[in-house]
Design a binder for this molecule. Sequence first.
Ligand code: ADP
Length: 399
Amino acid sequence: MKILIVNAGSSSLKYQLIDMEREVTMAKGLVERIGIPGGRLKQTRGEHKYELDMHMPDHIEACKQMLQALVHEEHGVLNSMDEIGAVGHRVVHGGEHFTASSLIDEDCLKAIEQNSSFAPLHNPANLMGIRATQMVMKDTPMVAVFDTSFHQSMPPKSFLYGMPMEYYTDLKVRRYGFHGTSHRYVSERAARMLGRDAKDLKIITCHLGNGSSLCAVDGGKSVDTSMGLTPLEGVLMGTRSGNVDPASLQYIMNHLHLDINQMMDVLNKKSGLLGVSGLSSDMRDVEEAAAQGHQRAQIALNLLHNGIKKYIGAYTAVMGGVDAIVFTAGIGENSAELRERVLSNMEYLGVKLDKEKNQVRGKERDVAAADSKVRILVIPTNEELVIARDTLALVQGSK
Ligand code: ADP
């Protein structure tokens, strides 16, 4: 079966068509600037590139253009859109309602809508994408795959905050966690690479990209993760602060006369690598500047490395040990320097990096020293494949 993966944002739509017989990507694309001037579709089929400039007033038009590009005589990969057996949608917030991926029906759509208050930027956009594809692909079964559902296995001691219990019972304020498809994929791959059953392994997965989160995966299940009710909690990120003392906000807001929306904007968009370095949210820029002696860039990197190290220590303690530490996503897969700095002085925990093997980018590799008790793995993530596999399983199961 051929499965289309859709990741809809408020003004963009990313897609990928996967042939599930061989689990290979046939084409992938991006529709940008939906609803604003300068609309554009970009699609790649291997090395072959196709671009189309065209105004897309809404997500429905964007979906139509996506399908036309996929069946395009010269640039496409399909003869007819009927060849698409199912669509898998990435949805950011599944709240407590979704402990796994779900076939999309009216109840599912309602539940996604109800969770919109937790992810006001993402869930409504994801819903627009779902509704638009439903309009243009009326009889094609669709599945929602959530960033949060892998973490629904966390126990209360990990997901509750130390606030009045009514905030949880009445308002559902709790840690949900994100990047679930990625943490799930790389932890399963790690078990494969080690030739072991995931049930017997304690793994710490570090998804480090523009947004970053760590996860403690014990016996194949998420038992703790660093992001919270929203993706702001946890380690320092590209533009997000990660953890701060909540009381510092009152002090800053009083002194700078900021309201809560302005303060949240600073924490989400002007902090992290960007705010500390004063240079860029992009790790490559910050690493380059730090290497040339830029002090604030060096401080930003130290904050990030130290923050990740602390989570690794904490999760090792929580699980009572660790068998493997996995690095994934843009930074985790590519920055040998970050891996080396984060894992320095951890021999006492049985963590010993092989600095030569560590010189790898974007490839699966065990980069631990031969005598390291804990394996250290670089594993490129593949969230689309997880979405496609879940979609296939649900669609086949429903027949
Ligand atoms: P997103 O969270 O948007 O999916 P990615 O997983 O693509 O992001 O990660 C983007 C981050 O990865 C950026 O900070 C980028 O600088 C970083 N990155 C990409 N390549 C490298 C590299 N060679 N060395 C260090 N960082 C890198």
